[in-house]
Design a protein around this ligand. Structure first.
Ligand code: ATP
Length: 599
């Protein structure tokens, strides 16, 4: 079997009940506590009391109106009792309807708040958080884990409270009505509890296996779809299908096992409750025959016992659900407790409108503790200069720009913008004045216009168009079927690499940042597009401080300053002419590129 896919995704495994977590979850219910109180009140006063009173009335009707011990039956009393019973049924129906509507509404609101809080928190987390986790696992927490709490919130909390009260109510009534018979019936409760607890645990485990398998299928599906181009290019479809089939069959098998176990549950509960009813009938008949109890009381008992098992079963199910919810809650709170790796100081202030001077002073940084990506970097860039960062792959070019944008904090040394340590200012005020154009241009679903407007949502249509014209993107946009209103699919798959790059230039230009960071695309593009991009770039860079992770000689040559990096250290700094005059890293790099181009 292929070892190529290994999934260690988040799995819904149950966790022991944890009060601390439960309390944290209940905080989300707090805003709705008066609504919850109303539901509990309505259900207790109207729903539960009606439910408990009906068998008593039945017993009363039999013993007093239908078959009294003394005298004959009374039709008018019977009619009155039936009328009261009908009214109680109506009340119960209304109370139930109200409870269902309200609990569903409250549950949805709680889930909405929880999901929103989680999303808001994730948005605030730094790059380091996302470095450690595949997008899929973050996705699962915001969707599956939150959903798995949905049942608990929509039905669980309120219904369990009602069920517990109902059980207490029935137990008290049974014991008060006929203590010995009440006790005799209760004998089956521990039995039923033991049997159902053991079986339920097995069932829970079996369903967890199903969930794990299904979550692996999801992960595989996600990867397969994202990687479909590579799969087809390497003609691996057959292997992929085979792997998927095996996962699929294994998921079905686990489903069958779980479902078979589940089906055992109903009969076992029925047998136990039948034993209870049998005891009730035998002992009840004996009590009636010996004159210690009336037929009406027996009928009431049978009805009460019938509605005794129902809340027990529901509470059992709820308990299973609760344990699964615990693991979801744990994972949700694990994310909620993540603090941004790039924290904002309490007294951080918004940085003034930037001039654009950038200084790196003795900067050392590593993504991992023992692997420095930059070592004691010194760099002084005056406002308006364009800086090309060059060096072999992994030399630390992107890391420099990551630090300037404060996606990460330095381990040693500091980054100064206009003489201010960037750790002292608010992140928002800093980043909103820095434009970033990444190599892998991200195009969001929406129109071309929306995408250009991304960094400045209040820009007018005319401004959007002017930005597109300046970076030479207007012509290709105008050629699209609906021009600026063309919907681009998610990630802009329908656009070429060059077109996407021009779009991102327009986006950056419209945001009009003082400092521009650009990770140049390495993909080879035709000469005409290359020329167009160079022209666009010249417009974009005009008057701004810019840092370009440069791959094209044309870009590098025109830069005011070229920074040559090697293994996280700056080896050379100067402009093209200066660096070409002496032998060194830069000259070797340029010679190598020329050799490559002329080969
Ligand atoms: N998110 C990350 N987590 C851990 N290590 C990283 C991360 N990003 C980069 N690195 C490591 O840091 C070092 C510098 O990487 P950086 O991305 O700055 O190189 P680069 O010069 O931009 O390379 P390239 O030209 O290939 O983009 C490399 O050794 C790389 O493996």
């Amino acid at each position: 079997m292929s070892r190529q896919f290994v999934y260690q995704d988040d799995e819904l495994i149950e966790k022991p009940f944890n009060w601390k977590q439960m309390r944290r979850l209940l905080i989300f219910v707090k805003p709705y506590k008066s609504a919850v109180a109303r539901v509990v009140f309505v259900m207790t006063v109207f729903g539960m009391l009606a439910r408990l009173a009906i068998p008593l009335l039945m017993s009363f009707a039999i013993d007093k109106a239908i078959h009294p011990q003394e005298g004959s039956g009374s039709l008018s009393l019977l009619i009155t009792i039936v009328a009261v019973m009908l009214a109680l049924y109506g009340l119960r129906w209304w109370a139930q309807k109200y409870t269902i509507e309200q609990t569903n509404g409250i549950g949805q609101k709680v889930i909405f708040d929880l999901r929103a809080a989680l999303f808001r928190h994730i948005q605030s987390l730094s790059f380091r958080f996302f470095d450690k986790r595949p997008a899929g696992s973050v996705l699962v927490r915001v969707t599956n884990d939150v959903n798995s709490l949905q049942d608990m919130f929509t039905n669980g909390v309120v219904n369990s409270a009602i069920d517990i009260m109902q059980l207490i109510g029935i137990t008290i009534i049974l014991l008060v009505m006929e203590p010995t018979l009440g006790l005799a019936v209760m004998i089956t409760v521990p039995l039923m509890f033991l049997v159902s607890t053991a079986l339920r645990k097995k069932i829970r485990m079996a369903w967890q296996v199903v969930r794990i398998k299904q979550s692996r299928i999801n992960a595989h599906l996600n990867e397969s779809i994202q990687g479909i181009r590579v799969t087809q290019a390497f003609a691996q479809e057959k292997e992929n299908i085979g792997f998927f089939d095996r996962m699929n069959s294994s998921s079905i098998r686990s489903w069958n096992t779980a479902s078979a176990l589940n089906q055992l549950f109903g009969p076992i509960i029925e047998i136990t409750s039948a034993i209870g009813t049998l005891i009730l009938l035998l002992y009840g008949t004996y009590l009636i025959q010996s004159g210690a109890m009336t037929v009406g009381v027996l009928v009431a008992f049978i009805t009460y016992v019938g509605s005794f098992w129902e809340p027990i079963t529901r509470l059992g199910n709820m308990y299973s659900q609760l344990l699964i919810s615990m693991s979801s809650a744990e994972r949700i709170f694990e994310f909620m407790d993540e603090t941004p790796a790039v924290p904002e100081k309490k007294d951080a202030y918004p940085i003034a409108k930037l001039r654009g001077d950038v200084r790196l002073e003795g900067v050392t940084f590593g993504y991992e503790a023992d692997r420095p990506a930059l070592k004691e970097v010194e760099l002084d860039v005056k406002a308006g200069m364009s800086v090309a960062l060059v060096g072999h792959t992994g030399s630390g070019k992107s890391t420099i720009v990551n630090l300037i944008c404060r996606f990460y904090d330095t381990v040693e040394g500091r980054v100064l913008i206009d003489g201010t340590d960037i750790r002292d200012v608010t992140i928002d005020s800093l980043r909103s004045q820095i434009g970033i154009v990444l190599q892998d241009t991200f195009i969001f679903s929406g129109t071309i216009r929306d995408n250009i407007r991304y960094g400045r949502p209040d820009a007018t249509d005319a401004e959007v168009e002017a930005a597109a014209r300046s970076v030479r993107a207007h012509d290709f946009i105008a050629d699209l079927p609906r021009g600026y209103d063309t919907e681009v699919e998610e990630r802009g798959n329908a656009l070429s690499v060059g077109q996407r790059q021009l779009l991102s230039f327009a986006r950056a230009l419209l945001a009009d940042p003082r400092i521009l960071v650009l990770d140049e695309a390495t993909a080879s593009i035709d000469t005409e597009t290359e020329l167009r991009i160079q022209e666009a770039l010249a417009t974009l860079l005009e008057g701004r401080t810019s840092f370009i992770v440069a791959h094209r000689l044309s870009t590098i040559r025109h830069a005011d300053q070229i920074v040559v990096l090697d293994h996280g250290e700056i080896k050379e700094i100067g402009n093209h002419e200066e660096l070409m005059k002496r032998p060194g890293h830069y000259r070797n790099l340029v010679d190598a590129q020329y050799r490559f181009l002329s080969a």
